[in-house]
Design a protein around this ligand. Structure first.
Ligand code: NAD
Length: 478
């Protein structure tokens, strides 16, 4: 049994870890050292402080925005609200955004923001003040804008914070037609897009489904193909974790373990997500849930219980050389950014496990953010122009088939065929296609080079090549 990770683990060197993965993969590319250095470096690191009124006094808030790469603009990446935020972390997260966007062919450079606060220690009015002031500081330094740098939600932030950012930016840029494209993850009523909130978790579930559908890879793990009956443990029940569990359950997986801040619960026969959430809402904890067979006050112990697939969906530095020996899962699907350290990843891969790497696994969020940004720039919802047209065309086809064959469809069959696509259906279709295609792209890179040891290395090779091509097309490298 390992002790509480957050309490005992050495301080993470997150940007160093990302660079270590990068350097390992770079040996499988043919780019000159200078170009690789340019791709790896964080271009702009903005660290700032501002005061807010709290109670009867003032408090100084530490904040960051890092733009890792401008090989494509705007840059893109979420804003983290956490008292653990620091420069190293924001740099690492920004770098991962560059590689992530490249893997899923989203035309953005990578960026990330951070505000060093624990949101639960502030009132809603104080959080609004902090968010609006943070936005103003970004505007002053040209670190935000629909063609410059476009934030999104991350750990500790969501639709509410994005709507404050959009409103502040719009207020400071009156008449700017594309102003609402300055941030994604907004509520639908403020030009957000259907399906964004659940996109990262949905993408995680699709990524896992793709992985377990490859017979050759499952044989090496001693698994049958398919998600049906696979036992899963998920760490973190926030936006990404909750939606990962929801869609994995829909795809047939059995959720046997859930870990949150306050502890972990386990039942080899399965846990009911909605019941656990309802219990947590009433009692403030997942512990004490009647459907659990075992529970652990130390959440780290939850990761070590028997399962097929482990989905860390909380924070970085959770699976390290100190606890990898106790992890029973054969597949780690990195829903969070940076949950596995390079040392732990090497041990896990050596013993034959598969890691679905963060930079691909959680890319569903930025994919749908891209769709939201496109919607904001075009000022029209997806499906608005063609839904009715599509339905009329389909109706004519159904009528013709019915009259020429004599077959009569039921009204349910008719409406299923005739119906035009809604915005949500189009978004989910684009997300699913992106996740499926990208998985096979990186798997193929690995399959074609036996020296490439992992999907992460293959994913880095793919993204390094794509970013390098952008630099070459800019005429920066011969
Ligand atoms: P969130 O704030 O909605 O939820 C995170 C959850 O993790 C919280 O419920 C928190 O209590 C829990 N948690 C924290 N430490 C824990 C621990 N040691 N053990 C168990 N639970 C713990 O955040 P989120 O948006 O779901 O982000 C989670 C991860 O996913 C982060 O690494 C983030 O960078 C990454 N991510 C998020 C998005 C997105 O669209 N929100 C996109 C890509 C990647």
């Amino acid at each position: 049994m390992s002790k509480s990770l957050n309490a005992t683990m050495p301080k993470s060197n997150f940007f160093g870890d990302v660079c270590e993965f990068f350097d390992h993969a770079a040996q499988f590319t043919k780019h000159p050292e200078g170009l690789l250095d340019q791709i790896k470096a964080c271009n702009s690191v903005y660290r700032f402080r501002f005061p807010i009124r709290k109670g009867n006094g003032l408090e100084v808030i530490d904040a960051y925005r890092v733009e890792h790469s401008h090989h494509k603009t705007p840059t893109k990446g979420g804003i983290r609200y956490s008292d653990m935020v620091n420069e190293d972390e924001v740099m690492a997260l920004a770098a991962l955004m560059t590689y992530k966007c490249a893997i899923v062919n989203v035309p953005f450079g990578g960026a990330k923001g951070g505000i060093k606060i624990s949101p639960q220690n502030y009132t809603v009015a104080e959080l609004e003040n902090i968010t609006r002031r943070y936005t103003v500081e970004l505007i002053k330094k040209n670190f935000i804008g629909p063609g410059i740098d476009v934030p999104a939600p991350d750990y500790g932030s969501g639709e509410r914070e994005m709507s404050w950012i959009a409103d502040t930016y719009q207020t400071m840029n009156p008449g700017q037609l594309d102003a609402l494209g300055c941030v994604t993850g907004k509520p639908i009523a403020l030009s957000g897009i259907a399906g964004r909130k659940e996109a990262t978790g949905r993408g995680v579930a699709i990524a896992i489904r793709e992985c377990v559908d490859v017979a050759e890879d499952m044989q090496t793990l001693g698994f049958t193909t398919g998600l049906s009956g696979k036992k899963v443990i998920v760490q973190g029940l926030g936006n990404v974790g909750y939606h990962s569990v929801k869609y994995l359950s829909e795809f047939g997986a059995i959720i046997v373990g859930l870990c949150e801040f306050e502890g972990a619960i386990f039942n080899a026969d399965g846990l009911d997500l909605e019941q656990v959430m309802a219990h947590r809402k009433t009692t403030g904890s997942i512990l004490g849930y009647a459907g659990a067979k075992r529970e652990f006050e130390n959440p780290a112990e939850g990761l070590e219980q028997p399962c097929d697939i482990l989905v860390p969906a909380a924070l970085e530095n959770q699976i390290t050389e100190y606890n990898i020996g106790q992890i029973k899962a054969k597949i780690i699907a990195e829903a969070a950014n940076g949950p596995t350290t390079p040392a732990a990843a090497a041990i896990f891969i050596d013993r034959g496990g598969i890691i679905i790497p963060d930079m691909y696994c959680n890319a569903g969020g930025v994919t749908v953010s891209y769709f939201e940004w496109l919607k904001n720039l075009s000022h029209v919802a997806f499906g608005r122009m063609d839904k009715r047209y599509e339905e009329n065309v389909n109706l004519n086809i159904v009528n013709m088939v019915e009259s020429s064959t004599g077959v009569k469809l039921s009204s349910a069959q008719r409406s299923a065929i005739v119906k035009g696509a809604t915005e949500l259906e189009l978004v989910n279709s684009g997300l699913e296609d992106t996740m499926i295609r990208s998985y096979h792209e990186i798997r193929e890179i690995k399959a074609h080079n036996p020296k490439i040891d992992s999907l992460r290395t293959a994913a880095f090779v793919s993204s390094i090549d794509k970013v390098a091509v952008s630099y070459m097309n800019m005429g920066i490298w011969p």
